[in-house]
Design a binder for this molecule. Structure first.
Ligand SMILES: [Zn+2]
Ligand SMILES: [Zn+2]
Length: 149
């Protein structure tokens, strides 16, 4: 028996710049900031905390690129942050996953059609991955448009 909705694949997209343009928290709040752009695309804006400090993190929306901007606090390389939805304060930590390189917790953003983007919460660690569920059509589209809707 095959359950088409549960097929998961992981793809290596490092050679194909893909623009993540519809990441949300689990409640569907769009985490996009039109006024702060990275590579000319609206950045992914989330609340960030490090120890007792809080600020905002503007994440590079190009998958595989890491020109992230931290605003309002300083986070040294090698330290991990926590990320929250600016709208509902949901902790965006991935519940069932840790970084395969440094074992730190990861953040998780939802994409339309049950896809997810995960990334390491340690500053300076660039591990992240993309999972698309039930994906044939989406992958075809991904490589056509270089874009995740
Ligand atoms: Zn939210
Ligand atoms: Zn890591």
């Amino acid at each position: 028996m095959t359950d088409k909705g549960k097929v998961e694949i992981e793809i290596d997209v490092s050679k194909h710049p893909i623009h993540v343009n519809h990441p949300t928290c689990s409640k569907g709040h769009l985490l996009i900031c039109e006024s702060v752009k990275i590579h000319d695309y609206p950045s992914i804006k989330v609340k960030a905390t490090y120890k007792n400090n809080a600020g905002f993190l503007y994440i590079d929306p190009i998958y595989g690129s890491f020109y992230n901007i931290i605003d309002g606090m300083h986070v040294p390389d090698g330290e991990t942050v926590e990320l929250f939805c600016p709208e509902c304060d949901e902790n965006l930590k991935a519940v069932n996953d840790t970084c395969q390189i440094c074992l730190s917790p990861m953040f998780l953003f939802h994409l339309p059609n049950n896809g997810i983007v995960e990334g390491c919460l340690k500053k300076g660690c660039m591990f992240h991955k993309l999972k698309i569920v039930d994906a044939e059509e989406q992958v075809a589209r991904l490589f056509e448009d270089r874009m995740l809707l």
